[in-house]
Ligand binder design. Structure first.
Ligand code: ADP
Ligand code: ZN
Ligand code: ZN
Length: 730
C-alpha cells in the first residue's frame, strides 16, 4: 500500500510514501496529519489518499514518520472541498490543504482546546469593605474589576498591574472576586436575553423561503437595497439554524467586520460566536477553529479565510456583500471565498444566502438564469426613504479645491440645519502627484515607475503600491527649481479646503492614516453618533455598514475614475461604491440627498445608475458584457509573470502561450502584454489573458497545461501566477 501525502510545497502533485509499522486507530483515512521526511527535513503533511502502486520504484520510496492524529483532523467533505479548490484554481494541492489548518496544527501541535481564566468581581463586592483601604493594591484591582463586570483576562490585568497574582489571591480568599475559565478562542456568549425585532412582510417572506430549504442545497441571492434590513434576515435565519442544533457560517468583507456588526450579532443571538479574521493570535485562531470543528461554536463569523473553517454540523452559509472584491484573495492562492462557499454549501447540501444591495454581475446573471433564487427587499425599514441622487456638472464650474460651488451651498445648508455630511473620496494623502511647475518632472516611485502620493502631515511622499517612502523634497529632482506643485486631491487636502470654507465646522477625516492607532476608528464612530462631528471625509472605510441617523447629505467628490479604466470591471465597482456610500444617507426619518461631482454628466452608464438605479444600470452593463463576450458571458484566467529583468517574463509567457495554443486550440489568448501597472516593487510585469466560451473547456485545458508550465525552464526564472476568474487585471 502507498500513502499519497499532501505537503506544503509549490508543486502541483502529491507525494508517495510507505506506511509506518503501526496503523492508526481508525486506519489510513484521508485527513490525518503525518510527519514525513522530505529532503533533509521533516515536514508535516496530510494524508490525501491511498494507492496500490506508485510511479516510483518501491526502493525509492521513504517511510512516513509519526502519525500525529488518532482520527482525521480534516473531515471527508472538507477534504473533498480542498481537492476541488486545488483543481479549480490549479494550485498546488499540498499548499491548499495545509492552508486549511491553523499554523499551530501545521507545526504539529496537538488539536486540543485550551481555556483562559477570567477574573471578575463577586456579587457581594458591590460595596467594597472598609478594611480594603489598608491594602491599596487589592483595592485598585477590585475597583478595576468593578468597572468590567464581564471579567478581565490575565493579559489585560498584567497590562495594568505588575505582580497582581498575590493581591488577587487575597481578594479570592475574602470572597470579593471569582474566577471562571472560558474558551481562549474569543468572545463568549453574552449574558441576558437577546433583543428581538418584528420583521416586516418582505423580510418575513425572505426568511420563510430560505428556511423552507434547510437541509437542501439551495442558493439564494438576497437582493435588498441598503437599509432594507438584510442583517435582520440573517439573524432570524441563524436563530432557526441554532435552534435546530446546527451551525451557521457568516462571511463578511474586510471593512464589514466592524465592532458594531459583531456587537449587533451578539446582542441578537444567544449563542457562542467565534470570530475568524487575520488579526487573531495563532492560539486564538486555533481555539476558534477547534470550537467550530467540534460544534461548540454556533456561529462562525469572519472575513475571506473563514470560509475554510471546519464545522461539525453546518446548517447555513451567509455571504454578506457578496460583490465585495475583498472576498477574492489577490496573491498566492487566488481563490474567491464567495465561490468556495457556494461549492461548500452544495457539497454538504445546505442553503447558501448571498446578500447585497449591489450584486455582482456574476450573481445577477446566475439569478436571471435561474441558478439562484432571487429574493428582493425593495423597501427601507421604517419611514426611511432611499436617497435622492443628482450629478453636479463640474465643467466650467467655479471650484474651491475639489469642492464645487453647488456642493458648498448644499453643505452650508446642512450645517445650518444641524445635519451631518459625508464626503467620499477614495484616495488618502494630500495629493496623488507632486509635480515641478517649471519642467513637468513628477516625484515617481523608483520601484513602480508611477507617481508617489504626497502626504502633507508627515511631510513625505509615499508609494501606495509598494510602500516606498521618502521625505517630500522642496526642490525639483530634475531641474532643481523650487516650484513644486501638488496636483489632484486626497482626503488630507479635501479636509484642509473644508476647513477654509467652513471654519466653524467640526471636520473628521476617516481613512487608513487617521485610524492607524488601535481603537481610533471606534472612537471616531462614537463621536459621529454623539453628534460631535459635522462633516465626515472618508474613504471606503466609511462606505459600508455604518448607520448614522443624522447624516442626510453625501457628496461623491470624484466619480470619473471608474468611467475610463483599463479594467472592464471598473464601472461595476464605481456603481457599487456610489450606491454603498449613498446608502449612508437618510437612514432615519429625514430623506437623504447624494450629490455626485463629475466632468461627464452625460455618461450613459452613470446616468442610468443615477436616474434609474442599480438594477437598470446592471441590465445595461450585462448587455454590454454580452456583446463584448466578457464575464459572466465568458470565462477568464490570467497568467502573470514578473521579474527584475524585463525580458524573462516575455520569454516565459511566449513559451506558455505556445503550449496553450496546442492544448486548447479553441481558447482566445491575448498577450503577452505589459500589465496595466507595468512595474511594481522593482519588477517588470507582463500577462497573458486566456478566455473561453465555456468553463469546462477552460479547465480541461488548464488541467493538463499547468503541470507542463511548472516544468518549463523559463518558469524557474520568473515569479508567475495563474489567476482563475480574475477580479483585478492590474
Ligand atoms: P441592511 O443590512 O439591509 O443595510 P439592516 O439590517 O442594517 O439593513 O437594517 C437597517 C436598520 O433597520 C437597522 O438599524 C436595523 O436594526 C433596523 N431594522 C431592520 N429590520 C427591522 C425591523 N423589522 N423592524 C425594525 N427595525 C428594523
Ligand atoms: Zn523641474
Ligand atoms: Zn512603489
Amino acid at each position: 500500500m502507498i500513502l499519497r501525502v499532501a505537503l506544503p510545497v509549490p508543486l502541483r502533485r502529491l507525494f508517495d510514501y510507505l506506511p509506518g509499522d503501526v496503523e492508526p486507530e481508525y486506519g489510513w483515512v484521508p485527513g490525518l496529519r503525518l510527519q514525513v521526511p522530505f529532503g533533509r527535513k521533516q515536514m508535516t503533511g496530510i494524508l490525501a489518499g491511498v494507492a496500490e502502486s506508485s510511479d516510483l520504484p518501491r526502493t525509492k520510496l521513504k517511510r512516513i514518520g509519526t502519525v500525529l492524529d488518532e482520527a482525521p483532523i480534516i473531515s471527508e467533505t472538507d477534504m473533498q472541498l480542498l481537492e476541488w479548490a486545488a483543481a479549480y484554481y490549479h494550485y498546488p494541492p499540498g499548499e491548499v490543504i495545509c492552508l486549511f489548518l491553523p499554523s499551530l496544527l501545521r507545526q504539529g501541535r496537538a488539536a486540543r482546546k485550551s481555556t483562559v481564566p477570567l477574573w471578575m468581581i463577586a456579587e457581594q463586592a458591590a460595596e467594597l469593605p472598609e478594611e480594603l483601604q489598608r491594602a491599596p493594591k487589592q483595592l485598585r484591582i477590585a475597583r478595576l474589576l468593578q468597572e468590567y463586570p464581564e471579567g478581565l483576562s490575565p493579559d489585560i490585568l498584567s497590562a495594568h498591574f505588575s505582580n497582581w497574582h498575590t493581591p488577587m489571591k487575597a481578594l479570592l480568599e475574602k470572597g470579593l472576586v471569582k474566577q471562571r475559565r472560558v474558551s481562549a478562542g474569543g468572545p463568549i456568549r453574552k449574558e441576558g436575553p437577546p433583543a428581538t425585532m418584528e420583521l416586516n412582510p418582505e423580510q418575513r417572506e425572505a426568511v420563510e423561503r430560505i428556511a423552507a430549504e434547510f437541509g437542501k442545497a439551495a442558493r439564494f441571492l438576497l437582493d435588498g437595497i441598503t437599509g432594507s434590513g438584510k442583517t435582520e434576515v440573517y439573524v432570524e435565519l441563524i436563530k432557526s439554524v441554532i435552534e435546530a442544533g446546527k451551525q451557521a457560517l457568516v462571511l463578511v468583507p474586510e471593512i464589514g467586520l466592524t465592532p458594531q456588526f459583531i456587537a449587533r450579532l451578539r446582542d441578537r443571538l444567544q449563542a457562542h460566536i467565534v470570530i475568524m479574521h487575520s488579526g487573531l493570535t495563532e492560539n486564538q485562531r486555533l481555539q476558534g477553529w477547534l470550537e467550530a470543528r467540534d460544534g461548540s461554536a454556533a456561529v462562525i463569523l469572519g472575513t475571506r479565510s473563514a470560509v475554510w473553517t471546519p464545522m461539525k454540523n453546518a446548517g447555513l452559509i451567509i455571504v454578506d456583500e457578496e460583490h465585495d472584491p475583498s472576498f477574492k484573495q489577490q496573491e498566492s492562492f487566488r481563490y474567491s471565498a464567495r465561490d468556495v462557499a457556494i461549492k461548500r454549501a452544495s457539497l454538504i447540501k445546505i442553503p447558501i444566502v448571498l446578500g447585497s444591495a449591489t450584486p455582482s454581475m456574476e450573481s445577477l446573471h446566475n439569478a436571471l438564469s435561474g441558478k439562484y433564487r432571487r429574493l428582493v427587499l425593495q423597501q427601507r425599514v421604517g419611514k426611511a426613504l432611499p436617497p435622492q441622487m443628482a450629478t453636479v456638472d463640474l465643467r466650467n464650474r467655479s471650484m474651491h479645491g475639489a469642492l464645487s460651488d453647488v456642493l458648498i451651498t448644499a453643505i452650508r445648508e446642512q450645517l445650518t440645519n444641524r445635519q451631518q455630511v459625508l464626503l467620499f473620496l477614495n484616495r488618502r494623502g494630500f495629493s496623488p502627484v507632486l509635480m515641478c511647475h517649471h519642467c513637468g518632472w513628477t516625484a515617481t516611485c523608483p520601484r513602480c515607475a508611477i507617481p508617489m502620493t504626497y502626504h502633507k502631515q508627515r511631510n513625505s511622499i509615499l508609494c501606495h503600491h509598494c510602500g516606498s517612502q521618502a521625505p517630500a523634497a522642496s526642490v525639483c529632482g530634475e531641474c532643481g527649481m523650487a516650484e513644486l506643485v501638488q496636483v489632484g486631491y486626497g482626503t488630507e487636502r479635501l479636509t484642509e479646503a473644508l476647513g477654509e470654507v467652513f471654519p466653524e465646522a467640526r471636520i473628521l477625516r476617516i481613512d487608513r492614516d487617521s485610524t492607524r492607532r488601535k481603537g481610533a476608528l471606534e472612537q471616531m464612530v462614537e463621536e459621529i453618533h454623539a453628534g460631535e462631528a459635522d462633516i465626515l471625509v472618508g474613504t471606503q472605510m466609511l462606505a459600508k455598514g455604518h448607520h448614522f441617523p443624522d447624516l442626510t447629505l453625501v457628496g461623491i467628490i470624484d466619480a470619473d475614475r471608474g468611467l475610463f479604466s483599463a479594467d472592464f470591471r471598473a464601472s461595476e465597482r464605481m456603481a457599487q461604491q456610489i450606491m454603498q456610500v449613498s446608502g449612508r444617507a437618510g437612514r432615519a426619518s429625514r430623506p437623504g440627498t447624494v450629490l455626485i461631482q463629475t466632468h461627464y454628466p452625460d455618461h450613459p452608464l452613470l446616468n442610468t445608475l443615477i436616474r434609474q438605479g442599480y438594477h437598470a444600470f446592471a441590465d445595461v452593463l450585462l448587455e454590454e458584457r454580452k456583446l463584448t463576450g466578457l464575464p459572466p458571458f465568458s470565462f477568464l484566467a490570467l497568467l502573470s509573470a514578473e521579474d527584475y529583468d524585463d525580458k524573462t517574463p516575455v520569454t516565459f509567457l511566449n513559451e506558455a502561450r505556445a503550449g496553450l495554443r496546442q492544448a486548447g486550440p479553441d481558447l482566445e489568448i491575448m498577450g503577452p502584454v505589459p500589465a496595466p501597472m507595468e512595474k511594481r516593487a522593482g519588477r517588470f510585469r507582463f500577462q497573458l489573458l486566456i478566455q473561453s466560451a465555456t468553463r469546462a473547456y477552460l479547465h480541461n485545458v488548464l488541467r493538463d497545461w499547468c503541470p507542463a508550465l511548472e516544468n518549463l525552464d523559463s518558469a524557474r526564472k520568473v515569479r508567475w501566477s495563474l489567476d482563475v476568474d480574475p477580479q483585478d487585471l492590474l
